[in-house]
Design a protein around this ligand. Sequence first.
Ligand SMILES: *Cc1c(COP(=O)(O)O)cnc(C)c1O
Length: 408
Amino acid sequence: MDAYRGIPRKRLPAGARPDTLAVREGLPATPWGENAEALFLTSSFVHPDAATAAARFANEEEAFVYSRFGNPTVAMFERRLAAMEGTEACIATSSGMAAILIIVMSLLKGGDHVVCSQSVFGSTIRLFQDFAKFGIETSFVEQTDPGAWRDAMRPNTKLLFAETPSNPLTTVSDIAALAGIAHAGGALLCVDNCFCSPALQLPVRFGADLVMHSGTKYLDGQGRVVAGAVCGPRALIEQKFVPVMRSAGMCLSPFNAWVVLKGLETLAIRLRAQSERALQVARWLEQQPQVGRVWHPSLESHPQHALAMAQQDGSGGAVVSFELRAADADQARARAFALIDATEICSITANLGDTKTTITHPASTSHGRLTEAQRQAAGIGQGLIRVAVGLEDVQDIIADLQRGLPTS
Ligand SMILES: *Cc1c(COP(=O)(O)O)cnc(C)c1O
């Protein structure tokens, strides 16, 4: 917001690197000269006189007017996240799901078609299915097979939506391949960058047009608030998304924006440390006879290991999933529940991206609303457990998982 008259922070040198931007990018300080970013808990902003108010409402003068469509704390979060993702602009939303909602409301209309991975977050699948009643149809395709995405393209396809790595199996989509398919068909590619965050993966480098976030996860990083964002080209955000935000109001509260903004400062060191711990947990799990498969992109056994390492800055992320061996689905579910219930440190919650390690049974929680057929398609068995590794001592996490491993 150029019209803002504060004491400028020192201007960042050109070419400041991501770790610097994560701490420094923002807006000028207020006349008080605060060092930490200010929290502007205000619903509206005051104008010096009626004529100025009129000019600001007519968009002839740039200023903060009302926090549904502009607030300095929210703007700082948007600027910082855009800088970290390498996009021109960003719009913050009240949640990750609201970010998907504003993408669809801003870019699509009845008669348009979407191609989406069948391995995305459960609520994402439900939301895209809900858009069918407004005449927006979605085809769900195999996450890892670009050919399936290409085959699903139609003349009216306007959006490709991928989440990589996926939740909970960490399967990886080839972002560059999907961007090529999208652009050849005149569509946009949006990547849900929740699992890697800009600390590990920059989807626009591989050709993605939009990057979507659940700020609830690693961006906050300490499990405190629900938040979301869409990063992309300035023209698209300003011309398509901002008008929807003004009228529909899925805005991020200034308080939540401030929490996530401060979370961005430690994002990279947290995620790198949590990813290292996750790999140690994954390697240990691979050695346990009671465990069938283990999913983590840094494992050589991961089906897209090489692609993941190239796309994710050599890092696997902090999520590990594993399948307990069992005779049938009922026994698998019982064993999974027993392991989860035996933990003394891990938090039993479907949330992730926290410094506290979380453990969940996807088939009965995050993916519980899906039909059995949809779960099968997504590869979510009853013996599957997802661990989102936090910052506790890794030996304590391993011991915690060992407690409930089946003894026979
Ligand atoms: C949690 C999550 C979402 C939804 O975000 P909310 O902030 O909970 O609305 C979307 N995508 C992925 C990958 C998620 O993990």
